[in-house]
Design a binder for this molecule. Structure first.
Ligand code: 13P
Length: 266
């Protein structure tokens, strides 16, 4: 595993406690046929990765993704799940349903869900609870709007998002939680947080986890960065001591670019 020279001493030791995870968030892209093709393209490119590799796909693509990823080191995730086990929730999919077909990961609280579909910290909390109860690993997304950053309330916003979403989550369950810091202003805009900005927030999130849980939990939790991460800027972002991987949108739809990001994390 090659790491940049800045990763020395204790910082490096702490980072070695964690295995980075690169997760693609395909959003509303790809049909099942295209899913099979893209995963088949990605598979040989990432087969030797020492980090975790996950692709989160639309519900309709899950079967195709699971089938294509079978026998490889690529894990499959959904992009959301409902908080109830079943019931009159037209158009929704429960965490138990995802678990029943063998999906191990689920994204929860993505800013696009919050922005376009009225999701809140409380619904994120309920979805996290359902996902953990179903045995899934959660990728919990948090992040501030541009005006919140400009008002210097980034950590207040993110602190609130995390405290609410993780309310009731035990230390044992936290082992199945990945936090993705995704500044809303950097998503799909081509604007990336600088490596320092990403690390500053990820470090503060780790500090909050230490307060809420313990130092050992803070040292072991995987905290990703997401927002216009691509093949060119990944190495710098992933080289930061508190950035343990990435949640990748646009660049995860191109096999070669996604593989380069995976390579930068390993
Ligand atoms: P982009 O990488 O396209 O900016 O999307 C990031 C994201 O929202 C991942 O969840």
């Amino acid at each position: 595993m090659s790491r940049p020279a800045i990763m020395k001493g204790c910082v490096l030791m702490n980072k070695q406690l964690r295995k980075p995870v690169i997760a693609g968030n395909w959003k509303m892209n790809k049909t099942p046929v295209e899913t099979t093709a893209l995963i088949n393209e990605i598979k040989p490119l990432v087969k030797d990765a020492s980090c975790g590799v996950v692709v989160c796909v639309p519900y309709i693509d899950l079967f195709a993704a699971l089938e294509a990823a079978k026998g490889s080191n690529i894990k499959v995730g959904a992009e959301n799940c409902h908080w109830a086990k079943s019931g009159a929730f037209t158009g929704e999919v429960s965490a138990d349903m995802l678990a029943s077909i063998g999906v191990p990961y689920v994204i929860i609280g993505h800013s696009e869900r919050r922005q376009y579909f009225g999701e809140t910290d409380v619904t994120a909390r309920d979805r996290v609870r359902a996902a953990l109860d179903a045995g899934l690993t959660v990728i919990l997304c948090v992040g501030e709007l541009l005006e919140e950053r400009e008002q210097n309330i980034t950590m207040e916003i993110i602190g609130k998002q995390i405290k609410i979403a993780l309310a009731g989550v035990t230390a044992a369950e936290l082992e199945r939680v990945i936090i993705a810091y995704e500044p809303v202003w950097a998503i799909g805009t081509g604007l990336t947080a600088t490596a320092e900005q990403a690390n500053e927030v990820n470090k503060a999130i780790r500090g909050l986890i230490e307060q809420l849980y313990s130092k050992a939990d803070a040292d072991s939790i995987v905290i990703q960065y997401g927002g216009s991460m691509n093949a060119q800027n990944a190495a710098e972002l992933l080289g930061q001591p508190d950035v343990d991987g990435g949640l990748i949108g646009g660049a995860s739809l191109k096999a070669a670019d996604f593989a380069k990001i995976v390579e930068a994390a390993c």
